[in-house]
Design a protein around this ligand. Structure first.
Ligand code: NCC
Length: 277
């Protein structure tokens, strides 16, 4: 009995973080000219008909996975930062609906966020954590990387684009959910990775999410990314982001069998029923 009282589904914790994009009507943006840059559209078009979603981590162990065809069968495909598909279609597919990008990618010249083709004709959800207890006004002047300048350039250049900013308060609420799940283990106070933020952003819109090569499979090869030769296990297990805690929580949400998770590298996460949470 006491066990059942303590048990609370981790998917509910993630849903309750309420990870979301900023809207025009949100304070203080409803009073600021900057807020008028936010798209009026919803995050996803045809939202009612979304049945399946794939999230493609950028992990090195996607190399040789041949999961491309599987990934492309999903209604929505989420990718991260500047992770390419060209030249890697067999392993990671070619469809991209949405990219979650961190503020370094929006800001650093080498990524050329406002012009590069990889960021065009897809939905963009850009994030920057700001300070843990900072207000949204603070955030506008103290983001870790000033993503606002290039966001504005991008939105003016492509006014019809679906390019959004993620509510930084909701990123920190997600961190709190992670700490709640971890219980007595103390999670360092750094924001979750783009991968975990992406999962939390997508789950409310999607009855079923297949997260590919997030929890490492037996293909684990020490490489950081499938698109580069860099060897770095920290990319998989974490150094700055609380990545290991995220992955333990994601594994707790998983409904697929071990064969699927550890041989194929596919985690399946179902959106919880409202009555459950
Ligand atoms: O590497 P990154 O992440 O772009 O990867 C995207 C998401 O895929 C998952 N991942 C990645 C590699 C790996 N071996 N295992 C994984 O599970 C993670 O969930 C990750 O979030 C980021 O989260 O935004 C991050 O961005 C990079 C970097 O800024 C961009 O790639 C641009 O170069 C960060 N690296 C550095 O700052 C050096 C990384 O820490 C987090």
């Amino acid at each position: 009995d006491s066990f059942e009282e303590q048990y609370y589904p981790s998917t509910c914790l993630v849903m309750e973080a309420g990870v979301r994009v900023l809207r025009r009507k949100d304070e203080p943006f409803n009073k600021l000219p900057f807020g008028r840059l936010f798209p009026r559209q919803k995050l996803f078009r045809d939202a009612k008909n979304i049945k399946s979603c794939a999230i493609v981590s950028s992990a090195g162990s996607l190399s040789g996975s041949k999961l491309g065809r599987f990934i492309d069968t999903h209604d929505i495909v989420m990718r991260f930062n500047h992770a390419p598909t060209r030249g890697h279609e067999v392993d990671v597919g070619s469809k991209t609906t949405i990219r979650v990008v961190n503020s370094q990618v929006v800001t650093k010249p080498e990524f050329d966020f406002a012009h590069a083709p990889i960021f065009r004709n897809v939905t963009i959800a850009a994030w920057d954590p700001g300070r843990y207890n900072g207000t949204l006004e603070d955030w506008l002047t103290s983001a870790d990387y000033d993503l606002f300048t290039n966001y504005e350039i991008y939105r003016r250049r492509y006014p019809k684009s679906r390019a959004f900013l993620i509510d930084p308060h909701s990123v920190w609420r997600l961190w709190q959910s992670l700490q709640m799940f971890a219980g007595n283990r103390v999670i360092r106070r750094n924001p979750p990775s783009s991968g975990f933020i992406g999962l939390a952003l997508l789950l409310p819109h999607c009855p079923q999410v297949d997260f590919v090569e997030y929890v490492p499979s037996t293909r684990l090869n020490g490489r950081c990314h499938y698109y580069s030769k860099e060897m770095n296990s920290a990319c998989t297990f974490g150094s700055w982001h609380p990545l290991a805690a995220e992955k333990l929580m994601a594994l707790d949400m998983n409904v697929a069998d071990d064969m699927s998770v550890f041989q194929f590298g596919i985690l399946r996460i179902r959106r919880p029923d409202k009555l459950l949470c």
